[in-house]
Design a protein around this ligand. Structure first.
Ligand code: SF4
Ligand code: SF4
Length: 135
């Protein structure tokens, strides 16, 4: 799956030019793709595409896709790196997940129809737990 934003004819023609020599994945490659997809599905990752349509209208200036990215990284790698980015980068000047006032503006514009308010509750539980209980 390729997701490519295009807003002019030139950009579209440029994108199309990459597909002139298009070759399908062979069986072995497809099998590898399915195996990787299964692994990602097992991790229950948040299917946010980081389009950022949700960010501009948030009254709490929550950097929603970045917080989701931290959550996904935590689910996969289980290390402190995601905590660092959550606390020191993505919420340093923006709202934390727990500051969501549940106005729902973000969900109205999310093309993936994500339940952003619910997911932010999970994010807050993961990254804003008391220090002593943190990993
Ligand atoms: S529901 Fe929460 S995250 Fe979404 S726009 Fe409102 S305050 Fe921001
Ligand atoms: S609008 Fe939805 S898919 Fe796009 S960045 Fe926000 S949460 Fe992710």
């Amino acid at each position: 799956m390729v997701l490519s934003g295009m807003s002019t004819l030139d950009q579209m023609e440029d994108n199309i030019s990459f597909m002139k020599e298009f070759k399908h994945l062979n069986e072995k490659e497809l099998e590898a793709v399915h195996q990787v997809a299964d692994i990602f599905h097992q991790k229950h990752m948040i299917p946010c595409t980081a389009c950022r349509y949700c960010v501009a209208g948030c009254p709490k200036h929550i950097s929603i896709p970045d917080l989701f990215s931290c959550m996904n990284a935590k689910m996969v790698f289980h290390d402190w790196n995601a905590d660092y980015y959550y606390n020191m980068v993505h919420t340093a000047r923006n709202g934390k997940a727990s500051e969501c006032v549940k106005c729902g503006k973000c969900e109205k514009v999310c093309p993936q129809h994500l339940k952003i308010r619910e997911i932010l509750e999970d994010v807050a539980k993961e990254f804003e737990k008391p220090q002593s209980a943190a990993e």
